[in-house]
Design a protein around this ligand. Sequence first.
Ligand code: MUC
Length: 92
Amino acid sequence: MLFLVRMDVSLPHDMPPAVADDIKSREKAYAQDLQRSGKWVHLYRVVGEYANYSVFDVESNDELHGLLSSLPLFPYMKIKVTPLARHPSSIA
Ligand SMILES: O=C(O)C[C@H]1C=CC(=O)O1
């Protein structure tokens, strides 16, 4: 099952830089592991925003929820999920 996911990150302004750096470093490692596993298929920065558009390929809504809620940045993100279906004109 494919899902388009938008993540908007908003870290508290008073978060100490070392704490923010640690969360971002763990987030990067987790994101890269999921990309290597094939579950996080695309990851693009939204130009000019601390946000990304991603495509996930997972078995179920529950699996996606588990992956997203385990992101180290999850407490600091607004996440919008859009389920995707095959387009009838797609040649892919
Ligand atoms: O930077 C972001 O968009 C948030 C998050 C998603 C992947 C990652 O490494 O951080």
